[in-house]
Design a protein around this ligand. Structure first.
Ligand code: GRF
Length: 193
């Protein structure tokens, strides 16, 4: 079983999907910590309800990204965290976390990367009038949504899709795909039962 930390900045519906999958025995992991950079994020309520400890910080209280990442790193190490799972965490991961967790940080992004990196990928897809968008799960590197891709799933975009309807379709995929891929990642190399 892998010890993991989830990083989120907002609603945390993907975080919830991971919590539910862990509780149902579908993801072989123990969620040791929620790391959150917004004190009013709903993800914090989800962690409280599930009995998961939270580290909530405000970047402006630190002189630099390296400073707050050092504090996060200390907590991750203290808890024996092996994988960092980003679920709507709105900050770029910096050198401090990347060097200690190389190849062990995973992100989910609401587009078929490398298309539509960064913020508002769903809005970008609608504006470009693509016929197909989707979900990408990838390892995190120093770039913005640029690391090696682990899994992707496509979704059709219709002419009458709105931001809400496309987001709904994408999140439905995310909530199934993320736990499934994480489980595969965490159990890779283990003998099949
Ligand atoms: C998801 O769409 C994810 O792909 C992106 O941010 C969104 C987070 O949503 N990185 P939620 O907070 O998990 O509901």
């Amino acid at each position: 079983m892998k010890n993991i930390a989830v990083f989120a900045s907002g609603n945390g519906s993907n975080f919830q999907a991971i919590i539910d999958a862990v509780e149902a025995g579908k993801v072989d992991a123990s969620i040791k910590l929620l790391v959150c950079d917004r004190e009013n994020a709903f993800a914090i309520e989800r962690a409280k309800k599930a009995g998961i400890p939270q580290f909530v910080f405000s970047a402006k209280d630190y002189a630099s990204k390296a400073d707050y990442e050092k504090e996060i790193l200390f907590r991750l190490n203290e808890l024996g965290v092996e994988f960092v799972i980003l679920a709507g965490y709105m900050r770029l991961i910096g050198a401090v976390l990347l060097s200690d967790f190389e190849g062990k940080i995973v992100n989910i992004h609401p587009s078929l990367l490398p298309a539509f990196t960064g913020k508002d990928a769903i809005g970008q897809a609608l504006k470009a009038r693509v016929k197909m968008s989707g979900v990408t799960i990838h390892f995190v590197d120093a770039g913005m949504d640029t690391g090696p891709i682990i899994a992707q799933q496509a979704v059709g975009v219709s002419a009458d899709d709105t931001r809400e309807s496309l987001q709904e379709k994408i999140q439905k995929i995310e909530h199934e795909l993320y736990p499934q891929i994480l489980h595969e990642l965490f159990t890779a190399g283990e003998e099949k039962q």
